[in-house]
Design a protein around this ligand. Structure first.
Ligand SMILES: [Zn+2]
Length: 109
């Protein structure tokens, strides 16, 4: 796993970049409905701890997916660049959607 940043937790989220220059935020979450993990295509049971993967796209806009923690760790995190811990307060969905309204070059770091 890159940089040993670990898993998202209550206090910390993770932020990295994918090959296409999109920001990828990994956020700890608990499901309020049933989700399907894009890694293994298995169910994520209601109420179980999992990882929300929120993309803030290079050209603007956001999208997110719900992953099992272990699947994100095995299949997603190894492909991310410059992965680092950021305070979970920075990764609230509203803030990321706001961030997605600007193309990458015009975002504050
Ligand atoms: Zn999975």
């Amino acid at each position: 796993m890159s940089a040993g940043a670990g898993q998202p937790s209550k206090r910390w989220s993770l932020r990295g970049n994918d090959d296409e220059g999109n920001e990828v935020w990994l956020i700890r979450s608990f499901g309020q409905k049933l989700y399907r993990c894009p890694g293994c295509h298995g169910d994520i049971p209601i109420g179980s701890e999992h990882t929300v993967v929120q993309y803030v796209l290079r050209l603007g806009g956001t999208e997110h997916h719900h992953w099992h923690r272990r699947c994100a760790e095995e299949w997603l995190i190894p492909d991310l660049r410059e992965l680092k811990k950021v305070p979970a307060s920075q990764s609230q969905r509203g803030k990321l959607e706001e961030r997605g309204k600007r193309p990458a070059g015009r975002r504050r770091r």
